[in-house]
Design a protein around this ligand. Sequence first.
Ligand code: VG1
Ligand code: CO
Length: 550
Amino acid sequence: MRVNLIPTQAFNDQKPGTSGLRKKVKIFQQPNYLENFVQSFFDTLIVPANATLVVGGDGRYHNRHAIQTIIKMAVANGFSRVLVGQAGILSTPAASHVIRKYQTFGGMVLSASHNQGGINGDFGIKYNIGNGGPAPEKITDEVFAKSKVITQYKIADVPVVDIDTIGETEFPGVNTGETFTVEIIDAVQDYADLMQSLFDFPAIRQLLASGFEMKFDAMHAVTGPYAKEILVNRLGAPVESLMNCEPSEDFGGGHPDPNLTYAEDLVKIMFAGEDALDFGAASDGDGDRNMILGQNFFVTPSDSLAVLAANATLAPAYAKGIAGVARSMPTSGAVDRVAAKLNIPCFETPTGWKFFGNLMDAGKVTLCGEESFGTSSNHVREKDGLWAVLFWLNIIAAKKQGVEAILTAHWQEFGRNVYSRHDYESIPTDAANSVIAHIKSQFTTLPNQSFGRYTVKRCDDFSYLDPIDGSVSSNQGTRILFTDGSRIVFRLSGTGTEGATLRIYLEAFEPDTAKHYLDAQVALAEMIQIALQISQLVERTGRTAPTVIT
Ligand code: VG1
Ligand code: CO
């Protein structure tokens, strides 16, 4: 098979963000744009002989085209085998599982996750290493450096591969006598088997047969086929329990982000007063996020992590207990309280799943989570939407209690970390930067100042020292910490593709059970005003309200 060396010119904007490179589809469609980025990875990684690459994506527009290109480049760069999810579909957690199960060298996951899809939407690509987790910063930094000086890429003359039919196709390799194989795999079965090995399926099956009513919303994204196999075929849920389970290239024109704003249809069903169902859940574009709802009740992701940790032993996979937990810095401290009670370690990492990999590989943590609707365990090295849904069903089946009752009892035992995140999306980059700069300019004057009933203890930029490999990641969020443990965190998103997205994370601890019923926005009203006052956000961005509140 012939390998062509194609001369190219570097782009200067291929810096991987919180989770891979995300850009508008139109940018990815520029000649050589995808090729340059993929080659920069292959130039950074040292590909051994007989290496296998996993490729798949969330099925969004441009997915199929990108897969054919990556296959051709993989053989040209020394891979001898490529595993592709059927129809090019692999959810992020399923890709992580396939990489681990077949002990492959790594994988390319084509997704812009919760960002909108379609020809006018976003596309994205991320690389996962052999442990199944996102490439760490030392790799992505090098890839960015290489992408700025790249002059050529390698691509082989592989004919278009049929990625819809399961099976293997063999091609001649780069050198005479060698072969190159493309295998189309059914990753749904592998993933469903994994889930069945972790949770008490007979108990969940019984729950679903007992009149317990649920709805799972795949948001027209990647988890549809997985949900059908697991919830309907294996657990006996009626087909009506599923909604939006046919993956579409533009996610039905929607925003595949499982939160109270974008999963509007599901929210309506779950907040329908007396008609509301017992349980509702949704996942995002690439299937790694989850939202959990009870009857007229929303579970914040930070609380969800804490509940899973507190009840972990109810699931067969964690029956012997969990080694430790980790959460991203902006995630609330609810899980810290559980860890303290269980007497297990709790780690605080920067935002992004890549920071959990080392801790899991070292056996230090079993469960991890982020406030951004991400939770998972060491069964893979990514966050996992359906896993969280099944874990909740397992807990509900075992405790024989509804979602709200489980939460109320949890708060009673541990206290409540009242929490909310306010997102200001697509604001001009300069305005966003000036907000952050203004906050930082007050780092020395804020401490000891009082705002209503809160007094500032200290301010800093969060920095993380990885306890396993000693690497340091700085500038991971601007924090204002108050004397009573409450805090406000400001952070610029690393996944948006339009202007800047400013996130404000607000947290206050409430030990008083009598106040646990309060809506978070009401309970945090004073903190929200303090955040606006300190940041001058309204004055500097012209925005008077957040675009998304969670
Ligand atoms: C967001 C979330 C972060 C998450 C990341 C990828 O990043 O805040 O917690 O890990 O998305 O999730 P940022 O930089 O925009 O805040 V996904 O499901 O988009 O891969
Ligand atoms: Co995602």
